[in-house]
Design a protein around this ligand. Structure first.
Ligand SMILES: [Zn+2]
Length: 357
């Protein structure tokens, strides 16, 4: 597998859906398009083959600009996993997860074809000194759109807050595009809700259009209230074999109905999450990013009621019992102060904050 690079838009490409790109492209493809401002906006789509909102938005963006006017700013577009997109899969069984293969510190070269290709893209783009980098994804379940960043930096905050006022800071997993590109430009990972949803495409298109028209990103703090900055602090699992239900209180663990509506909602302390029959053993196993049990820090279990003990924002909450047992019930995020979180301040940042991207 090799990188294909174009300095023009291949004929007919914009007519193709994600699943038919393979008819025209051999694999990862980097396309440079000239615009009035030369520093390019780097846009990455389809690193995960079944997450097509980015491609759908880019098709419309480029069609809007093709006929009547030059692009306001150059674009470098990376189309990632064409093979997986053909089969509407995140990745093929024979492939690595593309968004874990970007250059990072402390890794040797030549780990795989895709590592080598992404090293090439990284070097090409670093030399072009991009204006910003935007990597577009979808996720599953009931989640609002949000932007995720890796650097606590005013320009990253501004790039992210332009998409959503919920911004998540993360440092793991490693090998993520936005983390690598943060070494040389403001970079953001967009999570645009469910794939195939027209609202996600509309929102992403409007965002790309705004970024394309921006003259610069100021390195000054955002006014207060324009961004809620969060980071992952813990994972919540449920004790194995526990019988889980929703609504009522009949099960060993009865979670409230529609608990997935709490995703990305900041819950106040003392919010009720459910009921447990066993009043002595905690049904939740809550661990921090270092694997330490922190259940008591986040939840109380008085009289069989499970309640939060401090303001938290859950994500990935699901009502699928199988997923809860196999994976986890949810992740917990806490609000950070953008200014107090910055380098040089007293309160140290957690070393690891994770996110599924
Ligand atoms: Zn993804």
């Amino acid at each position: 597998m090799e990188l294909t690079e174009y300095h023009y838009l291949p004929d007919g490409l914009l007519e193709r859906s994600a699943s038919s790109l393979y008819r025209q492209l051999d694999g990862p493809t980097l396309i440079h398009l000239p615009g009035i401002r030369q520093q390019p906006l780097f846009i990455s789509v389809l690193q995960h083959g079944n997450e097509d909102t980015g491609w759908e938005a880019v098709r419309r963006l480029l069609k809007n600009h093709s006929s009547f006017e030059p692009l306001p700013r150059s674009i470098s577009l990376l189309i990632g996993n064409v093979e997986a997109a053909r089969f509407n899969k995140r990745r093929l069984d024979t492939q690595l997860d593309f968004n874990r293969c970007w250059p990072q510190k402390n890794t040797s070269e030549n780990q795989s074809d895709i590592h080598n290709i992404f090293r090439q893209v990284y070097d090409i783009m670093q030399a072009k000194n991009p204006f910003a980098a935007i990597d577009i994804h979808n996720n599953t379940g009931l989640n609002p759109h949000y932007a995720a960043i890796n650097q606590l930096d005013n320009r990253c905050f501004r790039l992210a807050a332009l998409f959503s006022n919920t911004v998540v800071h993360f440092t793991i997993p490693e090998g993520v595009l936005s983390n690598a590109f943060s070494n040389f430009c403001p970079a953001v990972t967009l999570e645009c809700g469910l794939a195939g949803n027209i609202h996600g495409t509309d929102h992403t298109l409007a965002y790309l259009e705004s970024c394309l028209h921006l003259a610069h990103l100021d390195d000054i703090p955002l006014p207060g209230g324009e961004m809620g900055l969060f980071h992952m602090v813990a994972t919540v699992k449920v004790a194995a074999n526990l019988d889980i239900g929703f609504g009522g209180s009949d099960h060993e663990l009865s979670l409230i109905d529609d608990i997935d509506h709490m995703n990305f909602r900041e819950l106040e302390a003392n919010t009720l999450l459910g009921y447990t029959h066993d009043k002595t053993t905690l049904p939740f196993i809550t661990t921090d990013m270092h694997g330490k049990d922190v259940s008591g820090k986040f939840f109380s279990f008085t009289g069989g009621e499970i309640r939060t003990t401090r303001p938290i924002m859950p994500s990935m909450l699901t009502m699928d019992q199988k997923v809860i047992h196999q994976d986890c019930l949810c992740y917990l995020m806490e609000r950070m102060d953008p200014q107090h979180s910055r380098a040089g301040h007293d309160e140290p940042l957690p070393e690891l904050t994770g996110l599924e991207v």
